[in-house]
Design a protein around this ligand. Structure first.
Ligand code: PLP
Length: 397
C-alpha cells in the first residue's frame, strides 16, 4: 500500500454515527422527513446567541481585510486569550493569564494537541472512562500512545474508583474526563473530582511520575436544574483543559476552542511550549481569526439552554412513561437509555425499522445502552413517541 494503512482505514469507513445520519437523509427522501426520527448527531439546534452575529456584522463593517481575515499569532490573539482568562477568573476565582491559553480549532484539535504534546514513548497510556466519546481512541492512537478504558459505573455514571485504581500504572500519562458527559449526560460531582485528584496524587507519588487530567469540556455550560460543574484545575494541579465553543456558542462548524495550561501544572512552561509545538506539528497554528474575535466578545454567553432542558424533560418523561430505563441527563444534550436486549447494536437495528435513528453505545465502551441525542426539533420528539412505543412493544411479545 502506498499510503499509511491506519490512516487509510480511518478514512475509508465513516463513523457509525455519521453512517446513521446519512441513512436518515436517504430514508427521508423515501418516507418524508417528518416520518424519520433522527436522534443521531450532536449538532446544536439552539441558535448562536445574538452577540455572535452582531459581532460578526460589526467586525465586517469596521475592520480592514488583514485585521479581520489575516493570520493571528500562532497561539492566538492576546486580547482573546486575556478576555477568556478574565472571564474564567471572574467566574471560578482562578488566576489565569493570557499566556496560559493556546487557541485551537475546537476540542478535537485541543485533545489531539495534548496527546501529541504529552506522549514521550509508545508505552505511554491515556485512560478514558466509559462511556466515552469514540474519537478519543482515534486521537490517542494517532498520536502514538495507548488507549486504555475504565469500565462504566452504570448506577450513576460517576467513576468506578476500584477499576480506575487498577488501570493507573507507571505508564499512565493522562486521564481524559468529560463532564457534562457525551453520551451519558452525567456531571461529575465535586466528590468525584476530589476522589480522582486524591487517587492520582497518590499514584504520582507511588510511581514518581506526573499524571495529567485532560478535562474535555465542550458541554461545561449546558447543565440543568442548577447542577454545578466543578472547575477541575482548582482540585488538581496537573490539569489541562480542552475547551470548545462548538456547543456553548452553537458554533461547531467554525472550529474554535483552546487548550488551557495553568501555571500550577508541573513544568508548565515546557508543557505550554510542547502544546504550541504540537499545534505546529499537527498544522493547527492560528485558530480562525474572525472567530477568535467573536469569542473575545461573547465569552461567557451561551445559546438558550432552556430549549435543551425542555427537550430533555419531554424525552425523559415520555420514554420512562413508555417503560424504558433512562439515566436522567444532568447536562449536555444526550439521553442514555438501556437497550431492551443485551446487544445494543441489534436493538438499534430494530429501532431503525421504526425509523428511529438512535446510536448504540457499544462504540462508547458501554454495551447494552444507546445514546439518544436531543439537540433536535421539539416537535420531532413529540412525533417520535408512537415509534418508541412500537419498539417497546416488539420486546413485550
Ligand atoms: N469531545 C466531546 C465529548 C464531544 O462530544 C465533541 C463533539 O461532539 C468533541 C470533543 C469535539 O468537539 P469540537 O467540535 O470542539 O471539535
Amino acid at each position: 500500500m502506498i499510503v499509511a494503512e491506519d490512516m487509510y482505514e480511518l478514512g475509508s469507513k465513516r463513523s457509525a454515527i455519521r453512517e446513521l445520519f446519512e441513512y436518515g437523509k436517504q430514508r427521508a427522501a423515501v418516507v418524508g422527513a417528518e416520518n424519520v426520527y433522527d436522534f443521531s448527531l450532536g449538532n446544536p439546534t439552539v441558535p448562536a446567541p445574538d452577540c455572535v452575529n452582531e459581532k460578526i456584522r460589526d467586525l465586517t463593517r469596521t475592520l480592514d481585510s488583514i485585521s479581520l481575515h489575516g493570520y493571528t499569532s500562532a497561539q492566538g490573539d492576546v486580547e482573546t486569550r486575556q478576555s477568556i482568562a478574565d472571564y474564567l477568573n471572574k467566574t471560578y476565582g482562578t488566576k489565569f493569564h493570557a499566556d496560559n491559553f493556546y487557541m485551537t480549532m475546537g476540542a478535537a484539535a485541543s485533545l489531539s494537541i495534548c496527546f501529541r504534546a504529552l506522549t514521550t514513548s509508545a508505552e505511554d497510556e491515556f485512560i478514558a472512562i466509559a462511556p466515552f466519546f469514540p474519537e478519543y481512541r482515534v486521537f490517542v492512537e494517532a498520536n502514538g500512545a495507548k488507549f486504555v478504558v475504565v469500565p462504566p459505573q452504570t448506577s450513576d455514571f460517576q467513576i468506578d474508583f476500584d477499576a480506575m485504581e487498577k488501570a493507573v500504572n507507571a505508564h499512565t500519562k493522562g486521564i481524559i474526563i468529560n463532564s457534562p458527559n457525551n453520551p451519558s449526560g452525567a456531571v461529575y460531582s465535586e466528590e468525584t473530582i476530589k476522589q480522582l485528584a486524591e487517587l492520582l496524587r497518590k499514584k504520582e507519588k507511588e510511581f514518581g511520575t506526573e499524571i495529567f487530567i485532560l478535562a474535555d469540556e465542550p458541554y461545561r455550560e449546558i447543565v440543568y436544574d442548577g447542577v454545578q460543574v466543578p472547575y477541575v484545575t482548582k482540585y488538581y494541579d496537573n490539569t489541562l483543559v480542552c475547551y470548545s465553543y462548538s456547543k456553548s456558542l452553537s458554533l461547531p462548524g467554525e472550529r474554535i476552542g483552546y487548550v488551557l495550561v495553568p501555571d500550577e501544572v508541573a513544568e508548565s512552561k515546557a508543557v505550554y511550549a510542547a502544546v504550541a509545538g504540537a499545534g505546529r506539528a499537527l498544522g493547527y497554528v492560528c485558530a480562525p481569526s474572525m472567530f477568535q474575535k467573536v469569542v473575545a466578545s461573547c465569552v461567557g454567553q451561551t445559546g438558550d439552554v432552556e430549549m435543551y432542558k425542555k427537550n430533555r424533560d419531554l424525552l425523559y418523561d415520555g420514554l420512562t412513561k413508555i417503560g424504558f430505563t433512562c439515566f436522567k441527563p444532568q447536562g449536555a444534550f444526550y439521553l442514555f437509555m438501556k437497550a431492551l436486549e443485551p446487544d445494543a447494536d441489534a436493538f438499534c437495528e430494530k429501532a431503525k425499522e421504526e425509523d428511529l435513528l438512535i446510536v448504540s453505545a457499544t462504540g462508547f465502551g458501554c454495551p447494552g445502552y444507546v445514546r439518544i441525542s436531543y439537540c433536535v426539533d421539539y416537535d420531532m420528539i413529540c412525533r417520535s413517541f408512537a415509534a418508541f412505543e412500537r419498539l417497546y412493544k416488539k420486546y413485550e411479545q
